[in-house]
Design a binder for this molecule. Structure first.
Ligand code: AMP
Length: 249
């Protein structure tokens, strides 16, 4: 069993995301970048499957600028065996990512592909679904449990108001939800070991994929700033303000 895991480099989840002054996108200059949290969960799941003797090889793949190598190295430190970077400075939209991943899947022939359910920068929640459709594979999205059987995978999915379990035949695409697992902390010796693991660099042209954007971002805007609160003298004043100023009671 070979597992391919996609890891995206995104603005760190602790950083307050700011829109660029010209409204063309999100500010990423001088901002801490990290692995997308759902992708950490995807890597953790792959590593646990290998530790349980159910998988032999884990390949971590990232698509984007050269610095995505750091994200791949984090996945290697968590336990992935080797990495692939599809390097480009171009803006990659989910469809382009899905097409590039499809080309890599056809080259690598994994049995299982695990993605995060969504990237916390674009919040698109599209890539996994698009990739499964392009490959013609069954998909188990928003997975909170993955159980490998003999040529099958049972995926428990978080759906509105409950859980759904689907039985899928390999090869399968899974997208990881928050409750699938708790990713491990990366230990220093593993970070050192990860530096020696193989990392292949490809270009979109090597994979014959046109990554030209299909959507145009018109404007990225921050939500309006919240007004500061005020202190009121007592209940009577509060009720008066709610009634006469806020008009909510
Ligand atoms: P999205 O559809 O953009 O919300 O992303 C869903 C998932 O697709 C992410 O959690 C990643 O696993 C994968 N993904 C999207 N973009 C990239 C990228 N540039 N590099 C690697 N993985 C990606």
């Amino acid at each position: 069993m070979k597992i391919l895991v996609a890891v995206k480099r995104v603005v760190d989840y602790n950083v307050k995301v700011r829109a660029k002054a010209d409204g063309t996108g999100v500010e990423t200059a001088n901002v801490k970048m990290s692995m997308n949290p759902f992708d950490e969960i995807a890597v953790e799941e792959a590593v646990r499957l290998r530790e349980a003797g159910k998988a032999q090889e884990i390949v971590a793949i990232s698509l984007g600028v050269a610095a995505c190598q750091d994200t791949i190295r984090t996945a290697l430190a968590m336990g992935a065996d080797r990495g692939i970077l599809v390097e480009t400075d171009a803006e990659l939209q989910p469809l382009a990512v899905a097409k590039l991943l499809k080309a890599v899947v056809e080259k690598e022939n994994p049995d299982l592909v695990i993605l995060g359910k969504q990237a916390i920068d674009d919040d698109a929640n599209q890539t996994g679904q698009m990739l499964a459709a392009l490959l013609g594979w069954p998909q188990g999205t928003f997975a909170s449990k993955v159980e490998l059987g003999d040529g099958t995978v049972n995926v428990t999915r978080e759906i509105d108001g409950g859980l759904e379990t689907v039985a899928l035949k390999l090869p399968v695409l899974v997208t990881a939800d928050l409750r699938l697992n708790e990713p491990r902390f990366v230990k220093l010796p593993n970070i050192m070991k990860a530096k020696k693991k193989p990392l292949e660099v490809l270009k979109p042209a090597d994979l014959g994929v046109d990554v030209a954007p299909r959507l145009v971002t018109l404007k990225v805007q921050e939500p309006p700033k919240r007004q500061a609160g005020i202190k009121v003298g007592g209940v009577a004043e509060l009720v008066d303000k709610l009634h006469n100023e806020a008009h909510v009671i």
